[in-house]
Design a protein around this ligand. Sequence first.
Ligand code: HEC
Length: 199
Amino acid sequence: MSEPAPSTPAGAELVSDRSQSPMWIFVLTLTLLYLGAVYFDRHSGWFDKDVYSPYANAAMLESYQPKSGAAMAAAQGRRVYEQVCGLCHGADGLGKPGQAPALAGSEWVIAAGHNRLAHIPLLGINGQISVAGKGWNLGMAAMGASLSDSDLAAVLTYIRTSWGNQAGEVTADDIKNIRAGLGGHLQPMSSDQLLAMPE
Ligand code: HEC
């Protein structure tokens, strides 16, 4: 057996040495906590899932930001398409049996010019029409009045450049001119009337 530890000398008191924490450490700690809270409040997004997911980091989020005017126009065209046309023509542009013909691969959509194409949503179309070798005999109401020049141009550009279609852009000025040329004509077009006008 070892010797017992020496006991506290008689008369000595056990006193902790905490008397000398200077006031400035206390103030500094509070200030840092406060600044941290302010930073968190401004930049954290409060861990909201709409802020954080599905982006794992800032670079990934950045990659989703529109880069150019062309990319923004494409996003606009897609939005209008999905809100207005996709219901009948399908999100994939393949059309729906008994409901609407395909836009993917349609000669009306990928024509060299966009004059006939623009008349279709501007005035509507009725009766027999041949699309990529298939006959249809339905009707599509006019939807031009409710779309701005810029929205209609964007959606026509979208259908001319999606699903493998590779045709030229349509600008808001193009639509403005075609709209101005309609005069009083507001009846839906027939396929023959469309074919009689410049492509
Ligand atoms: C309510 C359903 C419906 C909506 C919405 C609709 N369409 Fe159509 N669309 C049709 C039908 C039906 C036809 C065929 C009409 C016929 O048989 O005469 C057609 C024909 C067409 C054609 C010519 C044929 C072809 O497939 O290429 C184009 C181009 C076209 N639509 C574009 C559009 C665009 C652009 C929009 C949106 C701005 C749109 N459509 C919205 C039903 C619709």
